[in-house]
Design a protein. Structure first.
Length: 152
């Protein structure tokens, strides 16, 4: 017990995704990950803003996975999200072989999906605009034109 409170220090398993019941609002609480944590499926991770349920504290701007559009750009963003999330996890857990295997698999999927997207829709970044025979950055249609069905 601390500071005269009647609340003992709570036990916080990494899979709960909730604030400890007696955490004060002005006291910061930073969850930390255990080895081999549970992981969300790809769409659920993107919707929750984290790959790991144990880090899923309440967010006020959460987007439900079912409301996300399904198109090549969103699929690419989901892969990029998983690669970034796994990379941050590996920064603190470099010996987790399962996570590293997943990281390599998703990194290869992201690379392939980005190449396929850019081949069909054009470059995503200015550095990619130099990959062809001519500069292709300011050429239409833009990705949002595809979403709005402006391009057939």
């Amino acid at each position: 017990m601390e500071n005269g409170s009647s609340c003992p220090m709570p036990s916080c398993p990494d899979h709960s995704g909730t604030m400890p019941p007696c955490a004060g609002l002005a006291v910061p609480y930073v969850p930390f990950q255990q080895d081999n944590p549970q992981k969300y499926a790809q769409a659920e991770a993107l919707s929750n803003g984290t790959l790991f349920p144990g880090l899923n504290l309440p967010f006020h701007l959460k987007t439900e996975g079912s409301t996300l559009p399904t198109n090549p750009l969103v699929e690419l963003q989901a892969l990029e999200f998983v690669v970034l999330e796994l990379g941050m996890y590996l920064d603190t857990h470099p010996d987790d072989a399962e996570a590293f295997t997943m990281f390599k698999q998703y990194a290869a999927m992201e690379k392939s999906a980005k190449a396929a997207y850019e081949a069909k829709f054009g470059p995503l970044m200015k550095s990619s605009a130099a990959s062809g025979d001519s500069y292709r950055w300011l050429q239409e249609p833009w990705p949002w034109n595809y979403q709005q069905n402006e391009v057939k």
